[in-house]
Design a binder for this molecule. Structure first.
Ligand code: ZN
Ligand code: ZN
Length: 301
């Protein structure tokens, strides 16, 4: 089951060259399984979990559709299993998070707004002190590069529009709090774990490679799918934490667009993700559901 999930995460219809990154990020245990096992423990203990997402897209720096849906679906699963999810991102990300939470039937999802010009180390320390999280998660979140900037996949400098979340992950690791990240382009938090592969294999790799590493890096063809994969793995481990269905995926994407998100590749407010059609995302969600549901049926019989 975990190997099949891992295979699905390698699906790369956007032709981003995910295969090389995925292979480098995979160790003895598929990262999606390791992340889910860690989160199962954290949720059982009732701990807080900090989740960050939101990639700004030029020219208006709206958040892209990749990130918020995956973050909210994972937050819902963690909440159902006993954890206390808290979203941490720039103020502009709050509306899409709220819209996605409503589609997922979540009344409230605590949100900590961090402006792009926040003093990041102090802010990160305060967040860790206040919530004492059991895990910190980044899903499609800009990662700092070697020249201390933030970059789009094509190398555009987006630094002025990004709240620096890298210190949150560095400080969490110092405190031995588990860190998890999902990415699909090499420029996201977590990709520091496979930086040399990003630099060698991707166009603009040396310029965009993120330097911040995490304990468990889930590489996927689309970052939302990586988050859904973790939920499917949690569902398999616990028999709970159900993944959403394909029609809810359609609603999630529409709600995020209505709340200000744009497609990261096309830059338009259409319910696409990474230039891939809504139908593509519905089908992938259906496949994740089939994988985890089928296995659960076998286990129960
Ligand atoms: Zn990305
Ligand atoms: Zn993406």
């Amino acid at each position: 089951m975990f190997a099949a999930l891992d295979d699905l995460l390698r699906f790369d219809p956007g032709e981003r060259g995910i295969g090389a990154l995925h292979a480098t990020a995979t160790y003895d245990t598929p990262p999606v399984e390791a992340a889910a096992r860690t989160l199962q423990e954290v949720a059982t203990a009732g701990n807080a979990v900090l989740l960050t997402t939101g990639f700004p897209i030029p020219p208006d720096w709206q958040p892209e559709t990749d990130g918020p849906p995956g973050t909210v679906v994972l937050a819902r699963a963690l909440q159902a299993l006993g954890a206390q999810p808290v979203i941490v991102a720039e103020p502009r990300v709050e509306a899409p998070i709220d819209a996605a939470a409503e589609v997922c039937g979540l009344a409230t999802l605590p949100f900590e707004p961090i402006p792009p010009d926040a003093t990041t180390t102090a802010t990160s320390e305060a967040l860790l002190d206040r919530y004492e999280p059991g895990a910190v998660i980044a899903i499609e979140r800009p990662g700092e590069t070697a020249d201390r900037t933030y970059r789009s996949m094509t190398g555009t400098d987006i630094t002025a529009h990004v709240a620096q979340m890298d210190p949150l992950f560095a400080l969490a690791r110092e405190r031995e709090i588990p860190t998890i990240a999902v990415g699909d382009g090499g420029n996201e938090i977590g990709m520091g774990r496979i930086r040399s592969t990003v630099e060698a294999k991707l166009e603009h790799g040396e310029q965009i490679a993120a330097t911040t590493a995490v304990d468990h890096l889930v590489v996927a063809g689309v970052s939302n799918w990586g988050a859904y994969g973790i939920v499917a793995a949690l569902e398999h481990l616990t028999g709970q934490a159900r993944l959403h269905d394909p029609s809810t995926e359609r609603e999630l994407l529409a709600a995020c667009c209505a709340a200000g998100c744009v497609d990261g590749r096309a830059g338009v407010a259409e319910p696409w993700v990474d230039g891939l059609s809504t139908a593509m995302h519905e089908h992938v969600v259906g496949l994740f559901g089939e994988l985890s549901g089928h296995e659960r049926t076998e286990t129960e019989s």
